[in-house]
Write a protein that binds this ligand. Structure first.
Ligand SMILES: [Zn+2]
Length: 438
């Protein structure tokens, strides 16, 4: 029987066959996976960004603020978080892979399209690339046997022994790794080990080098696991990790697994949400720059397409609204559910981050007519502290809109966070219709 997705693994292995730890020039200048900040999710997001903002075959790091905003948003980090390393390290790995060449301090030439294409195509493929990269490096340096011993060891004590041996075996020019008294000696090879351990269902290895009795989970291999945004209830933007298709990963990697894993009879693949979250943020940058361009359509060369697209940013927004608010238009009382529209208060294109785009408090369920009136503050707005509906002069005498006169929306809609968005809408309305007089 032919191997599932063999084309993908063939391409990746070919890219990795000449790589060696000796290729590492310095810490930031072309580097193998040093730790979790080289996470497969980081690589997915960074390469997707590069694909959007590259200019021909050149990627210029001329907008560090935008790179940082992207990472902070998608990884749900505080505004002050230091995030410059995410791109620096992502690019360091791409250099190690000979996918990009640094041509000046801020310019990179893209020399291998396939690698960028694979890493940016899906979370699954990014992980699969990481796995085969670690597999190839271990093989190159004679470590697969040691790793095999680690997997085969039956007790925790034996696993620990096998791991300790592996650390010493780790062959590199890096003095921090050679010196077993430095924490780095253990820390550096940890992440590649964790990557291999996930698909092989092996135990977690802590930063200190201690083998845990717990099996590696998808949260251990991803960097974006703790969303935290001060004082706000955050829709979990890293919930795409739950969608990671294990059947697709395991069946693709089967010939390269060290342990025996039961066969999946069916490939369940639904991941699209991570792509949509990344692209939503990229679209916001474009909207801000007044650039209208279609989402870069990937060639689909490496994308598994049998999956069902189940979740999108707009879908999450709508289901959040259906969950949190009554199924009725707050302006006119229309309530036929199929016709209710998840209407953004602060329009999608004006949102600052994907939190705004997905936040049900930045929305109201409206009937098609009220949605049209409310959209982009074209005809109506809502006074944020009282809930009064305010309309433009030009529809004041229209008989179809008489119902708007003296209308007030239910006070329950004006909770703290929605009021913040309504205030934005109200100010926008006032600015847009400056001729409007109170
Ligand atoms: Zn309505």
């Amino acid at each position: 029987m032919a191997q599932f997705n063999q084309e993908l693994t063939d391409v990746i292995l070919e890219k990795c066959q000449n790589l060696s730890l000796a290729n590492q020039v310095s810490k930031t200048d072309g580097r193998f996976l040093a730790d979790k900040s080289y996470g497969f999710d980081t690589m997915f997001f960074v390469t997707r960004y590069i694909q959007r903002f590259r200019f021909g075959n050149i990627y210029r790091r001329d907008n560090i603020a935008r790179e940082n905003e992207y990472i902070r948003d998608l990884f749900c980090l505080r505004p002050a978080a230091q995030v410059k390393n995410y791109f620096t390290e992502g690019l360091a790995l791409l250099r190690f892979l000979n996918a990009v060449k640094k041509i000046s301090n801020s310019e990179y030439e893209i020399i291998d399209e396939d690698i960028l294409e694979i890493y940016s195509s899906s979370f699954e493929n990014a992980y699969i690339f990481h796995y085969l990269l670690c597999y190839s490096i271990f093989k190159k340096h004679g470590l697969l046997k040691a790793y095999n011993n680690f997997c085969k060891a039956a007790t925790l004590v034996d696993k620990q022994k096998a791991y300790d041996k592996y650390v010493i075996l780790y062959d590199t020019q890096d003095v921090r790794i050679k010196n077993p008294n430095k924490l780095w000696s253990i820390f550096t090879p940890k992440y590649p080990m964790v990557i291999l351990n996930y698909a092989n269902r092996q135990n977690m290895v802590a930063r200190t080098g201690k083998v845990s009795k717990l099996q590696v989970t998808r949260k251990d291999i991803a960097l974006n696991v703790k969303g935290n945004r001060a004082n706000l209830e955050l829709p979990k933007k890293n919930s795409y990790l739950d969608d990671l298709s294990e059947s697709y990963i395991i069946e693709t990697l089967r010939p390269f697994l060290i342990t025996e894993i039961e066969k999946y009879e069916e490939i369940k693949y639904t991941d699209e949400f991570s792509v949509d979250v990344a692209d939503t943020k990229l679209d916001m940058f474009d909207a801000r720059d007044n650039v209208i361009r279609r989402r870069k359509s990937q060639s689909n060369k490496y994308k598994y397409t049998n999956g069902v697209k189940t979740r999108t940013v707009q879908g999450e927004f709508r289901s959040g609204l259906l969950l949190k608010t009554p199924h009725i238009c707050p302006v006119c009382g229309f309530s036929y559910r199929d016709f209710l529209i998840a209407s953004h208060i602060k329009p999608y294109a004006k949102c600052e981050d994907t939190y705004d785009a997905m936040n049900p408090n930045n929305g109201l369920l409206m009937c098609p007519v009220c949605d049209k009136l409310f959209e982009s503050a074209n005809y109506i707005t809502i006074e944020p502290s009282t809930g009064h509906v305010i309309h433009t002069d030009n529809i004041d005498s229209e008989k179809d809109f008489q119902y708007l006169h003296g209308k007030t929306i239910d006070y329950n809609y004006i909770d703290c966070e929605r009021r913040h968005y309504l205030k934005w809408h109200y100010d926008y309305f006032m600015q847009k219709h400056s001729s409007y007089s109170n």
